[in-house]
Design a binder for this molecule. Structure first.
Ligand SMILES: [Zn+2]
Ligand SMILES: [Zn+2]
Ligand SMILES: [Zn+2]
Length: 292
């Protein structure tokens, strides 16, 4: 895959992974979709993450640092074709699929120096208070940059990020969606949310203001979790998201994707993904590229 670099649009977001925290295949799972991924390496996928690429300065910002960070970073370097510097990372929340990869910045592996990690203030407190993350802070491998929510923060000239609080199971800290804004486009990254209802007004406000949205697509429908009612499912099923989007005023400039697919999700099958796209909702794929 050859990335196309546009001199007039030096910033782009590239999708690094599209699976739920456990990836595909999920360890210990013998469902048909996981077994298929064990037979065919092309079906293996890491947890949901993005990279923002500055092709002029040769810099990378990660959006979520997953347990598959080593593989995802290797894939990205091959994709880019030349070394880029890690300029920073943004982390949405303290569930394993979204921050465990930070451990590789420590002295046992990369021995990074002062990589800025942009997080909410509660997430910064969590990382500062608990090993092994506290060691990254003490040694100076990472430099925590707590960001107040709902206001844009500049990451570099022409690139800003806004954290937006999201209702989610917050055992350790809180959960953020992230809006990235480049010189040309805005992108919403929202891999985890419990339900749309408490966030309905925010969704209706934010979606029309962005050009690209990547939303929580963990489960396709309630049938994926037999024996559990719709109310018990800790993510909005994609069929509900589709209904909710249909109730919003038309979004002519926003392209909406789902990501963070559970290993059990039927949308891994391109036939089902195409059927969903016919309804205006796309399935994110590794290597998708969005000019910012
Ligand atoms: Zn997750
Ligand atoms: Zn499985
Ligand atoms: Zn989560």
């Amino acid at each position: 895959m050859t990335p196309s670099v546009r001199e007039d649009a030096p910033l782009r977001a590239v999708v690094l992974g599209t699976a739920q925290d456990g990836g595909r295949p999920q360890v210990g799972c013998h469902c048909g979709l996981c077994q298929a991924a064990r037979r065919d390496p092309a079906l293996v996928e890491g947890p949901s993450a993005l990279a923002v690429i500055d092709d002029v300065q040769h810099k990378i910002w990660l959006v979520d640092v997953t347990p598959a960070f080593p593989q995802q970073f290797d894939w990205l370097e091959t994709y880019l074709g030349s070394p880029y510097a890690l300029a920073g990372a943004l982390v949405t929340h303290a569930h394993i699929g979204h921050y465990l990869g930070l451990a590789h910045l420590g002295r046992e592996v990369m021995g990074a120096h002062g990589v800025p990690v942009y997080v909410s203030p509660p997430m910064a407190r969590f990382l500062t208070a608990h090993a092994p993350w506290s060691q990254l802070v003490q040694v100076g491998n990472i430099r925590l940059e707590p960001l107040a929510p709902d206001v844009p923060h500049s990451l570099a000239p022409g690139l800003s990020a806004t954290l937006i609080p999201v209702p989610h199971r917050n055992e350790h800290a809180d959960t953020m969606a992230i809006v990235l804004e480049g010189p040309m486009r805005r992108l919403l990254y929202l891999p985890d949310i419990d339900r749309w209802e408490p966030w309905a007004d925010t969704l209706a406000r934010v979606l029309p203001s962005v050009d690209i949205a990547l939303l929580d697509g963990t489960f396709y429908d309630a049938d994926e979790l037999p024996g559990r009612s719709r109310q018990e499912i800790p993510h909005p099923p994609v069929v509900d998201t589709l209904e909710r989007l249909a109730r919003l005023p038309p979004l002519p400039q926003t392209t909406v994707y789902v990501t963070h697919l559970n290993h059990s999700n039927r949308l891994w099958d391109p036939v089902h993904a195409e059927a969903l796209a016919a309804h205006g909702l796309r399935v994110a794929r590794r290597g998708d590229q969005h000019v910012l």
